[in-house]
Design a protein around this ligand. Structure first.
Ligand SMILES: NC(=O)c1ccc[n+]([C@@H]2O[C@H](COP(=O)([O-])OP(=O)(O)OC[C@H]3O[C@@H](n4cnc5c(N)ncnc54)[C@H](O)[C@@H]3O)[C@@H](O)[C@H]2O)c1
Length: 317
């Protein structure tokens, strides 16, 4: 059986699929040539990340396809229900990247409280001429230890972020209307484990009590953080969005940063992705990354292996 991994797959995934007897093709076929390629090569399984689109027309035109796999979480680029109705299996790897996204949140948070996002912009320009002035400008850092992290959306990534926060000595509170209670196990390098029990608070309570808010909700119809929510946050708080562009109202966010209500914000995802607004990109109080939450070697390895396991059990099981 043939697997086309059109947006790439880790070597560990290729190895696991080959060991299970699959032929793995990692050629990147252009979207408009995909139909012809799949049909000419009798592809059984098409694996994608976020780049390749798997729409109704492609599904209809490629009768050899039995399975569509998404390495990662969001499946906006796949007509999932249509494919399932046509009898195809549609799989993803929801758990593989949680720890990587959580660590990126903390990269932004630790960078934020010590102004690294701004220092890294200004040191190359003025570090030589104005070292003393920059040292003074970035002197009032704060520690994360002892502060409160408010997590909105306490699923896989929200809980993985809580683990890092607990390890860093933070208090964690969360709000998730669909997850009343949760237990988070923090495991250490030597096998020790500590379990923490949590209960969901209202969104308002989290907004009012947290020093830092991080969002881990799925795409929504309405903003999760807009002007009214920003107003409820503590003065000098900070906001991280590594969930989805569109869950934060970016215009309201800029206002909150400009007025000094928020100390800083960190964005890995953007309302107008893949062309974020210049006002966001140029803002001196925003720590930026180009949607790389899941982009670690470890997550890609786990994604490849998780896909290979699922494909083997579905197509060969
Ligand atoms: N930055 C990245 O590269 C990256 C990588 C992977 C996933 N993500 C995104 O992270 C988000 C979370 O992923 P996950 O795997 O943790 O999903 P998940 O389904 O495990 O958790 C989402 C949680 O959000 C809760 N929720 C839904 N609506 C809510 C609301 N309005 N308020 C509060 N909670 C709400 C759900 O009950 C659920 O517990 C998704 O949007 C996903 O697309 C980003």
């Amino acid at each position: 059986m043939k697997v086309l991994a059109n947006d790439g797959i880790s070597q560990s995934g290729v190895d696991a699929l080959k060991a299970a007897g699959f032929e793995v093709i990692t050629t990147k076929v252009a979207q408009e040539q995909l139909e012809t390629y799949i049909n000419e090569n009798n592809i059984d399984a098409l694996l994608v990340r976020s780049a390749t689109k798997v729409r109704k027309e492609l599904i209809d035109a490629c009768p050899s396809l039995k399975l569509i796999g998404r390495g990662g979480v969001g499946m906006d680029n796949i007509d999932v229900q249509y494919a399932k109705d046509k009898g195809l299996s549609v799989i993803n790897t929801p758990a593989s990247s949680s720890a990587s996204v959580a660590e990126l949140v903390f990269a932004h948070l630790y960078g934020g409280v010590r102004f690294l996002y701004d220092a890294n912009r200004n040191m190359p320009l003025e570090g030589e001429a104005k070292f003393g002035a920059l040292k003074k400008a970035y002197a009032k850092g704060v520690e994360l230890r002892g502060k409160t992290l408010g997590v909105i959306g306490f699923g896989r990534i929200g809980q993985a972020t809580a683990k890092v926060a607990l390890g860093a000595g933070m208090k964690v509170i969360y709000s998730d209307p669909y997850m009343e209670k949760a237990e988070v196990k923090v495991d250490f390098f030597d096998g020790q484990e500590v379990s923490f029990k949590f209960e969901s608070k209202s969104k308002d309570e989290v907004l009012q009590e947290a020093d830092f808010i991080t969002l881990h909700v799925p795409a929504q119809k309405e903003y999760v953080i807009g002007k009214p929510e920003l107003e409820k946050m503590k003065d000098g708080a900070a906001l991280v969005n590594a969930a989805r562009g569109g869950v934060v109202d970016e215009i309201a966010l800029i206002d909150a940063l400009d007025s000094g209500k928020l100390a800083f914000a960190a964005l890995d995802v953007f309302e107008s992705e893949p062309k974020p607004e210049l006002k966001i990109l140029m803002h001196s109080k925003i720590s930026l990354s180009p949607h790389i939450g899941a982009a670690t070697n470890e997550a890609q390895d786990r994604i490849g292996i998780e896909l290979a396991d699922q494909i083997s059990s579905i197509l060969k099981g």
